[in-house]
Design a protein around this ligand. Sequence first.
Ligand SMILES: Cc1cc2nc3c(=O)[nH]c(=O)nc-3n(C[C@H](O)[C@H](O)[C@H](O)COP(=O)(O)OP(=O)(O)OC[C@H]3O[C@@H](n4cnc5c(N)ncnc54)[C@H](O)[C@@H]3O)c2cc1C
Length: 388
Amino acid sequence: MSSDVVIVGGAAVGSATAYFLKVALGYAGSVTVIEKDPTYARSSTTLSAASIRQQFSTPENIRMSLFGIEIIRSLKQRFGGEADIGFREEGYLLLASQAGKAVLEANWQVQQAEGADIVLLDPQALAARFPYLNLEGIAAGAFGRSGEGWFDAHSLLDLFRKAARAAGAVYRHDEVTGIERRGGRVEAVHLESGERLACGVLVNAAGPQAGDVAAMAGLTLPVEPRKRSVFVVKCKTPLPGLPLLVDPGGIYVRPEGDVFICGGAENEADDPRADGDFEVNYALFEDVVWPALATQIPAMEELKLQRAWAGHYEYNTLDQNAIIGPHPDLPNFLFANGFSGHGLQQSPAAGRAIAELVTTGRFQTLDLGLFGYERIAAGRPVFELNVI
Ligand SMILES: Cc1cc2nc3c(=O)[nH]c(=O)nc-3n(C[C@H](O)[C@H](O)[C@H](O)COP(=O)(O)OP(=O)(O)OC[C@H]3O[C@@H](n4cnc5c(N)ncnc54)[C@H](O)[C@@H]3O)c2cc1C
């Protein structure tokens, strides 16, 4: 058996890649997506907070998310009149103390230059718009008037997957357990079922397991699963117009129907690989998240924890940014990895970029050379100031 392109992992990034190859770019070759769990129960995609923002400090990250919003706005044209991912375009609000104000403003300048619709608000404007906030110690906020919000992650994945399949991409329920290389090329993948599948190009879209998949080809990729807990809370006081709020310490909260979800500020000093560990970190909620929320939004002193879940970030230990493109020594091995908490919104741009590399050997629409593997090999991080 053989396939021109084999994609390892069929969640948001793998399915977006298959979609851009087969549908958007009309690639005539064969595309096979190998997914070990078609329920996606433990994929980052389905366990994510499913939000999109333009508030990054790196132009390439902003451009990727601007393309994400373009896709969300054109769902019906691309996928048909029924397509709906429940997008709530209600903005992000990043709050800064006096110490963080200069960085917030500098980031805003970059966002303005990229055409993102973000406005800077002083404490007076914040108080007028969000009267339920405690603004003691807050010097400024940056609010996304449009182009930011949240949606249903599984629905987006489903749209990409269905369209890719309808255009001929083959999804296989199997696990890649080995990668065969000869000299400077990947020759084939070996599957749990015992099959050998020869391939022309291999795309690593294995999310938190991307480092393990790279290791099968003898490559080093600094991507590993790191646990992130999400808490679902009820607040009896209405908080009209609450966007996705991020406090100066990195705690976030946003509405989800008639409840709220929140989390953030994991202790980076105690953040080990989390293989197989999906236990919710309730201490984080009690000790860090709830106190921070009660400070920022006094009505949240009274909140009630309803439930919680834990998912895995596909954590890039070098710089928490995407790694996109070929390995220099193995040019038919392409990475689409390491998004570290912002990969769902970047999945359309990543999928398109990989599809362009496969079909033309170059980035065509958005130059993502900054996120190439070369920086990993050189130990040269890309510093994104807004990793949430
Ligand atoms: C709690 C949390 C909150 C987040 N919030 C946001 C957010 O608000 N906005 C945002 O943009 N991003 C967010 N993210 C990040 C986002 O979810 C990920 O960046 C994105 O979903 C990555 O998609 P993926 O397809 O690369 O990985 P995944 O969704 O993890 O998919 C990888 C797939 O590969 C399969 N796989 C792995 N190894 C193999 C193998 N050997 N063989 C076959 N299949 C294999 C897995 O089964 C899995 O389905 C969050 C993540 C978490 C955990």
